[in-house]
Design a protein around this ligand. Structure first.
Ligand SMILES: Cc1cc2nc3c(=O)[nH]c(=O)nc-3n(C[C@H](O)[C@H](O)[C@H](O)COP(=O)(O)OP(=O)(O)OC[C@H]3O[C@@H](n4cnc5c(N)ncnc54)[C@H](O)[C@@H]3O)c2cc1C
Length: 284
């Protein structure tokens, strides 16, 4: 499978990348790890006459943990995330989730920026970012702006990012309490049938804060405020966990596909979420 012909650009800085995007609009796309975009081009599901490779652009890679603030450059790979001790200490859910993405070959080149910007409902990072309450930084002709991960996803492959904006980083506050990333998939290397990201804070035997998001159960990731609230103030007894699961089942909207019928997906979602809540609570 050979993609349609395209012009290849390899700018050294963000301004250079942006100028090609602005000049060619819809006909130009940035290339990060290429693990989603190149297959789409080869299958002729995406035609990109102007391809802008970001790999030489200065300042887009790297992880910094400054006090409680975590910043990950868009070109940072999933492998880099798994390998970073400071990040593992500040937000261990990042490592736990990244280890469940695809396989090592994909993780060596797949980037956090490509994963969150793509808008693929099957990608694990968008739900994770919503769970963490992350902020995305975008660079465009008007300069820099930020958008909350919880406001970023509009529909499958549709996001708040304009065609002429480049995602430069994701940032979030270090997570102190219990965490868990649970994923049900058909086989190693597969996208999720259902995945759950859960963060829980505990004090005096009660849940004081919770954040819950799920992946590949709607055309966007689903962060459920009602599910999170169902746990707060409780000692996570069976009734509280059941209420959180019920709230999430009310927010997701899975469709039939080769991962199974709707009823199966709702069942998988409830099992995975329950498991993630129990693990996060045991670690809190
Ligand atoms: C076999 C296989 C299995 C996989 N399994 C999983 C899985 O289980 N879970 C999972 O989460 N992912 C999975 N992936 C996806 C992979 O992990 C990558 O994260 C994904 O391909 C996107 O990252 P990328 O760097 O390759 O982006 P690219 O393919 O380069 O780009 C993807 C899209 O995002 C845009 N883009 C990229 N970077 C930016 C930026 N900085 N600013 C604006 N737009 C940008 C591109 O223009 C393109 O439209 C799998 C991939 C493969 C090939």
């Amino acid at each position: 499978m050979i993609p349609a012909a395209f012009e290849y650009y390899r700018p050294k800085d963000l301004e250079g990348a942006l100028s090609v995007l602005v000049e060619h609009g819809d006909d130009a796309r940035v290339l990060a790890g290429g693990h989603s975009l190149i297959p789409m081009m080869k299958l002729r599901m995406a035609e990109v006459p102007h391809l802008i490779d970001l790999q030489d652009v200065d300042g887009l890679s790297g992880i910094s943990v400054d006090g409680d603030t975590v910043r990950i450059g868009a070109m940072t790979t999933q492998h880099d995330i798994i390998d970073d001790a400071a990040l593992a200490a500040a937000a261990p859910i990042m490592r736990e989730a990244s280890l469940q993405i695809a396989d090592p070959q994909v993780r060596y080149v797949g980037t956090v920026g490509g994963n969150v910007a793509n808008g693929d409902p099957g990608n694990d990072m968008p739900g994770l970012m919503q769970c963490l309450g992350a902020t995305f930084t975008l660079f465009g002709p008007e300069g820099e702006r930020t958008v909350e991960a919880r406001d970023f996803y509009e529909a499958a492959y549709m996001t708040d990012r304009e065609d002429d904006e480049i995602l430069t980083a994701v940032s979030f506050t270090a997570s102190k309490g219990g965490y868990a990333y649970e994923k049900q998939k058909r086989k190693i290397g597969d996208y999720a049938t259902a995945a759950a990201a859960v963060l829980i804070t505990k004090a005096d035997g009660k849940c004081t804060a919770a954040s819950i998001a799920m992946t590949n159960l709607s055309d966007t990731p689903i962060w459920s405020e009602d599910a999170s609230n169902a746990l707060i103030g409780t000692a996570l007894d069976a009734a509280a966990i059941a209420a959180a699961v019920t709230a999430m089942l009310g927010d997701i909207d899975p469709t039939d596909d080769n991962r199974g019928p709707v009823e199966f997906k709702r069942h998988a979602a409830s099992i995975i979420l329950r498991r993630a809540i129990e693990t996060a609570w045991s670690r809190a």
